[in-house]
Design a protein. Structure first.
Length: 92
């Protein structure tokens, strides 16, 4: 089976969008011929349909607090390692 092939559900969804001449955010838009002419007959979907922003939203305050905690833990571990090394060197 070709993985690039549309499923029956995909085909039905596309047909419904076309038949309904529906404007659906991030999916489909009915565009007048005059607009297509203005765009030099560009039929690229991305010219008329805005792509959905699916980037993960990051709370910078929360992220900075998490980084501060990690840095504090690294500092604590580094001190523990330094103490262990100093103890070992003192026993030689």
């Amino acid at each position: 089976m070709n993985s690039n092939k549309l499923s029956d559900t995909n085909i039905a969804d596309i047909y419904k969008l076309f038949a309904d001449a529906a404007d659906v955010d991030y999916t489909a838009k009915l565009v007048e011929n005059s607009v297509i002419v203005e765009q030099d007959y560009n039929l690229s979907v991305s010219t008329y349909v805005e792509a959905e922003d699916t980037r993960e939203k990051v709370d910078i305050t929360e992220l900075n607090a998490e980084i501060a905690g990690i840095v504090a833990n690294v500092d604590r571990l580094r001190k523990s390692i330094d103490d262990i090394v100093a103890e070992i060197e003192g026993n030689n």
